[in-house]
Design a protein around this ligand. Structure first.
Ligand code: KMT
Ligand code: NI
Length: 178
């Protein structure tokens, strides 16, 4: 079952895979007000329908756990660090979870972290330009997700600390009213 709440901001490099639940819940309406769409999808038909409606022609699957890095702990940790670094993309990031679980964190208009905990049957659409980060959960440490995309995805992660603001970032920021 999906959970959405404000992050407690007490994470350290050692414990960022913990839940960090502040106890303050966040509604799906709040999410949609910042362009983040959540859907529960339980059948292949529903997924295909959504892909068709939104013109997502292509998809692939990402499998993220220590085994998918051939138990190379360093490579696995490097990827985990990369995903947890605050970034945005110039295209939507669409993930449909088929196994395992993970935390997708997004910034609200006041720059506070909202944490979504996703597992099987959860689909999340992050708009282009939104600052976000991802981590596995401490309990499961594994996720399998379908990545949907239109044509050639621009999944380059533009880190917030790079200070690089492309058109995608600027127009997203303009679309959000605090
Ligand atoms: C991203 O760009 O933040 C991701 O792809 C997160 C990992 S998807 C399981
Ligand atoms: Ni991302």
């Amino acid at each position: 079952m999906v959970e959405v709440y404000y992050h407690d901001n007490k994470d350290t490099p050692e414990d960022f895979t913990e839940s960090h639940n502040s106890g303050i819940p966040v509604t799906f309406d709040k999410l949609s007000s910042i362009g983040v769409i959540y859907k529960k999808i339980t059948t292949q038909e529903e997924l295909d329908k959504l892909a068709k409606e939104r013109d997502y022609k292509n998809r692939d699957e990402i499998d993220l756990n220590l085994a998918s890095f051939n138990n190379d702990i360093e490579a696995y940790n490097n990827k985990m660090t990369t995903f947890y670094k605050e970034h945005y993309h110039e295209d939507e990031e669409i993930r449909y979870i088929v196994d395992g679980e993970g935390y997708f964190d997004v910034r609200d208009p006041n720059d506070k972290w909202i944490r979504t905990k996703l597992n099987k049957f959860d689909l999340l659409i992050l708009p282009a330009g939104i600052y976000h980060r991802f981590t596995l959960t401490n309990e499961i440490k594994s996720i399998k997700a379908v990545r949907l995309f239109k044509d050639e995805p621009k999944w380059e992660a533009i880190n917030r600390d790079s200070g690089r603001n492309t058109e995608a970032r600027t127009s997203y920021a303009q679309s959000i009213v605090v």
